[in-house]
Every structure is written in C-alpha cells, then in structure tokens.
Design a binder for this molecule. Sequence first.
Ligand SMILES: Cc1cc2nc3c(=O)[nH]c(=O)nc-3n(C[C@H](O)[C@H](O)[C@H](O)COP(=O)(O)O)c2cc1C
Length: 163
Amino acid sequence: MTPATLRETMSRFATGVIVLSVGGEHIHGMTANAFSSVSLDPPKVLCCVSHSAVMHKSVLSAGRFGISILGAEQEALARHFADKKRPLGPEQFSGLDWRPGAITGAPLLHGALAWLECELSENHDANDHSIFLGEVVNSGVSADRAGLLFFNGVFQQVHPVST
Ligand SMILES: Cc1cc2nc3c(=O)[nH]c(=O)nc-3n(C[C@H](O)[C@H](O)[C@H](O)COP(=O)(O)O)c2cc1C
C-alpha cells in the first residue's frame, strides 16, 4: 500500500464537505470531509483532524466545536478554509456572513445546509490524526438546497429529490 493508492481508492467514496469551527479566543475554521455521524443516542459525531492542522490545537483548547454542512454554492468557502495561506484568528472570517453558535460560540456559516454544535467528548490519537468525538448539544437544518460533495478528487454537487 502507498499513500497515493489509498488516496485514489478513497476518492471513490463520495463525502459531504463541512467547515469545522471553534469560537472565542481560539477562533478558527477548517474544511474537512473526514466527518461522520456516530450514534443518535447519545448524539455523537466525529471528525478526524491532522495533528499538523492549526485546528487540532484549537479544538483541544476550546473543548467544543461547530460544524457547518456546506451547500453546492459554497465551494469558495471550502477552498478558503482549506487554504494554508488564509489569515489566522478572526480575520479569516472577515467579510463572511456567520453567527456564533448559541451554546458553543463556534462560528456557523450563513447559507450552510445544516449546522451542529458539539462538546468534545473523546479524543483518540490515530497516528498523524486525532479522531475527535463530539456530543451534539444543538443542531438544525437551514436549507433544502443542493449539497457540496467531494468525489473523485474534485468538488461536485448533489441535488435533492422530492420525497
Ligand atoms: C475537500 C477537503 C477535505 C479535507 N478534509 C480534511 C479532514 O477531514 N481533516 C483534516 O485534518 N484536513 C482536511 N483537509 C485539509 C485542511 O482543510 C487544510 O489542511 C487546512 O489548511 C488546515 O487548516 P489549519 O491548519 O489552518 O487548521 C481537507 C481539505 C479539503 C480541500
């Protein structure tokens, strides 16, 4: 196995795209797709974060985080929060429309399809990443529009069908 082989293999697994965020003095946002629901009762989700990401320290320091599930029109935001050259601190959110989560204060992006607020409940080390489990303390759905996907190494869109 090589990293390139695994990257290509996993690229066939379509995922949504989120912005993981932390508020307050550690304010920070980061694009991620290693995000999953874990259980409904208790309500838990997980996100895998690289040890080398600024976000790693931010989540551990704050002990809580927010998730904005991006819509198809938010590809530019996904690129922004994945860009190592973006400014750090509050400046990375300047010009963006967001609100602090009512419980965690984590920035939740306007226009996201849905959002969650989490208290960090477990942190498992997995080599160069940490698996952060969050207990969901607040969540909501904002819109029923097309979603942003990451599939085959590129951003794509998925359109809801009426049920
Ligand atoms: C589509 C996409 C998905 C990503 N998923 C993750 C992820 O799940 N975990 C992670 O640590 N980095 C992920 N990244 C990379 C980070 O967004 C990127 O390294 C970012 O600059 C890290 O920010 P920070 O070091 O300022 O916290 C992803 C990037 C893209 C474009």
